[in-house]
Design a binder for this molecule. Structure first.
Ligand SMILES: C[S@@+](CC[C@H](N)C(=O)[O-])C[C@H]1O[C@@H](n2cnc3c(N)ncnc32)[C@H](O)[C@@H]1O
Length: 188
């Protein structure tokens, strides 16, 4: 069975990150999702979305792991995805220009093979959904993407998210709850 392991790397569980994680729970079966590096309180909050542990990723027993890293040399392909079982992602909020924080995971897991999903920065929920599609047999080049998601904020204002999002069935895959939150908050 494959697992999608999210290594929470932010100091707090920001609302934005929480809503992205909630979106993961809407896209992927709870049994396949594991959040690590959590405090006890975070683990309690995230337990309805996926499995949780306060353990750090370096101490967690891993089964045929693969770290998803935008700076990896090789792109994840459907045929070789079968050789992996645990797909590991940084639970990191997007930033622009990218701070390359996934590198911290490379340092922690030096022997784990790495694969990219293209060079563009995706949100964690998007990266997980794209990995799932590749594991289901669809190569990256057959997937449709939308770069820079623009959210109209009213009064002629808009907010630009400079990340790559998946388009599925003609619809940009973006959390409804995050969209509502950002509109209400009127920005970052
Ligand atoms: C928002 S990204 C964090 C990017 C962060 N700003 C950085 O520079 O590392 C969150 C996670 O999604 C995954 N991810 C995002 N885009 C990716 C890509 N193009 N290829 C592989 N993994 C990606 C990585 O696991 C990454 O740690």
């Amino acid at each position: 069975m494959i697992r999608f392991i999210i290594v929470h790397m932010e100091k707090r569980l920001y609302k934005w990150a929480f809503l992205e994680y909630k979106h993961i729970g809407e896209l992927i079966s709870r049994d396949l999702v594991l959040f690590t590096n959590l405090t006890k309180t975070m683990a309690k909050t995230l337990s309805p979305i996926g499995k949780t542990t306060t353990e750090t990723i370096e101490r967690l027993p891993l089964n045929r792991p693969c770290l998803l890293d935008p700076h990896a040399e090789k792109t994840l392909a459907p045929e070789e995805s079968k050789q992996f079982s645990d797909f590991i992602f940084g639970g990191i909020l997007g930033d622009y220009p990218p701070q390359k924080r996934t590198q911290e995971l490379v340092t922690l897991l030096p022997h784990v093979p790495r694969r990219n999903l293209g060079k563009e920065q995706m949100s964690t929920d998007t990266a997980i959904f794209v990995t799932k599609k590749i594991c289901d047999g669809i190569p990256l080049e057959k997937l449709v993407f939308h770069d820079e998601y623009t959210i109209p904020m009213g009064e002629g204002m808009e907010m630009n998210l400079p990340y790559r999002y998946l388009v599925d069935d003609g619809k940009i895959i973006f959390s409804d709850k995050l969209l509502a939150y950002l509109k209400k908050k009127k920005g970052f």
